[in-house]
Structures are given as structure tokens and as C-alpha cells.
Design a protein around this ligand. Structure first.
Ligand code: ADP
Ligand code: 5GP
Length: 212
């Protein structure tokens, strides 16, 4: 079957929910199936991160010039830093009928939905608020102050969860990864995403059409 085009899949979720971990495992479990967009950000690099792998780390001036040159598909501010999706990579993939994954926060997700109304919006959460805090603390990449700021942002973000198409509870990691994969794969078979195959079968069946 020829699907009409590649899917734009957005995965959002509270800071510490496990978005990055889910994406990493999804890409490893299904090599070649998915392409992850790497965002640009002005936030500082964390220990263990690499420029060009987790993010393209930019100065404020560099980020602003990306905006001015229309190089970002969407961008938003999160806890004082800017984050944005480079446009060229996403456009190239969808033009080549490839799925592209965006791991972005809610304001960016809603901008993407406006631009691509058939984008698939997934939201992930840990099973409880306490578990969210434990994961953020356990990750050990932020100060207590930043952790508290991020938890307060989560409270606000939770008001927008209903705008997403699917909710993934990231309790057991392998299950969450399977759920994301299964949802994306099922989504390919929606009739509205297969108008080319539908038209083709309709056309072929005309040879059996009777005039009476
Ligand atoms: P995010 O990208 O959403 O901010 P991370 O992927 O960095 O979150 O995950 C936050 C922390 O939670 C990491 O230390 C990660 O190893 C851990 N984690 C992710 N998923 C699970 C899970 N299902 N169970 C337990 N810990 C998890
Ligand atoms: P972190 O600093 O934890 O890596 O990311 C903070 C938040 O920014 C997360 O919710 C993450 O999904 C979001 N984010 C990362 N890249 C982008 C992006 O390109 N655009 C938007 N809008 N949000 C992003």
C-alpha cells in the first residue's frame, strides 16, 4: 500500500516524563522506521549531551538569526530558554514519505498542528506526580530550583493534555515504547491518509462496471 505521505508525529510530556528515553528506545527497536528531528536550543549543554545529537546548541544571537531567516518550523520558550524545530529536515522527510518525530513542548506542538492539521499528537506522563519528581531528581541534571520550576510548568502543561490525540502512561518503559510504535503504525492505515490507494482501487474496479 502506498500511504499518501509521511507522518509528522509529536511527542510531548512533562519534563522528566521520559520522552527522550522513549525516543531513544523507539529508534533502537525499529532502526530505519523513524527519523527524529533534532531541535535547536539556547539552553546550556548537560553532562553527557553532545552538540548535534540531543540538540544543536546555539547562542541567543544564532537562535534569533534562525528565526529571522525562517529556518524554524516552530519555536517556543521553556523556562527561560528558546527551543525550535529546524524546518528543512522535517520538510525533506515528509516530502519523501518518511515519518518524522518531534519531541517538543505543548506550545510548539500546537503550532505544528496548525501547520500540519493531520499531525499525530502524543502526550506522555509518568503514572503519578510523585514519580515525575523522583525521575527529575534521579536524572540528576538540574538543580533543585530548576526541578521545582519544571514541576510548576508541568502543572500548567497538564491543562493542555486533552488537546493531544493519545496519552501514553510511561510506567513500564518497554510497554510505553511499544504503545508509541503501535499507535504510529496504526495511524498509517487511516482512510484519510490513504487517498491514493483508495483512488487506485476505485479506478481499477471500473473495469468490472456494467452499464445496466
Ligand atoms: P524527558 O526527556 O521527558 O525530560 P527523560 O527521558 O530524560 O525525560 O527521563 C527522565 C528520567 O526518568 C531519566 O533518568 C530516565 O532514565 C528515567 N525514566 C524514563 N522512563 C522511565 C520509566 N519508564 N521508568 C523509570 N524511569 C524512567
Ligand atoms: P529539555 O531542556 O528538558 O531538554 O527540554 C525542555 C522542553 O523543551 C521539553 O518539554 C522539550 O520537549 C521541549 N523542546 C525540545 N525541543 C523543542 C523544540 O524544538 N520546540 C519546542 N517547542 N519545544 C522543544
Amino acid at each position: 500500500m502506498t500511504h499518501d505521505k509521511g507522518l509528522v508525529v509529536v511527542l510531548s510530556g512533562f519534563s522528566g516524563a521520559g520522552k527522550g528515553t522513549i525516543m531513544k528506545h523507539l529508534l533502537e527497536a525499529h532502526p530505519g522506521d523513524y527519523n527524529l528531528s533534532i531541535s535547536a536550543t539556547t539552553r546550556g549543554i548537560r553532562p553527557g549531551e553532545e552538540n548535534g545529537r540531543e540538540y544543536f546548541f546555539k547562542t541567543r544571537e544564532e537562535f534569533d538569526s534562525m528565526i529571522a531567516n525562517n529556518e524554524l518550523l516552530e519555536y517556543a520558550t521553556f523556562n527561560g530558554n528558546s527551543y525550535g524545530t529546524p524546518r528543512a529536515y522535517v520538510e525533506e522527510l515528509i516530502n519523501n514519505k518518511k515519518d518524522v518525530l518531534l519531541e517538543i513542548e505543548i506550545n510548539g506542538a500546537l503550532q505544528v498542528k496548525e501547520m500540519f492539521p493531520d499531525a499525530l499528537l502524543l502526550f506522555t506522563t509518568p503514572p503519578s506526580a510523585l514519580e515525575l519528581k523522583n525521575r527529575l531528581v534521579g536524572r540528576g541534571t538540574e538543580t533543585e530550583e530548576v526541578i521545582n520550576q519544571r514541576l510548576a510548568i508541568s502543572c500548567k502543561e497538564s491543562q493542555g493534555m486533552g488537546k493531544y490525540d493519545y496519552l501514553i502512561i510511561n510506567d513500564n518503559l518497554d510497554k510505553a515504547v511499544d504503545q508509541v510504535h503501535n499507535i504510529i503504525q496504526s495511524e498509517h492505515y487511516r482512510t484519510s491518509r490513504n487517498t491514493i490507494s483508495i483512488a487506485q482501487v476505485q479506478e481499477e474496479l471500473k473495469m468490472f462496471e456494467r452499464s445496466n
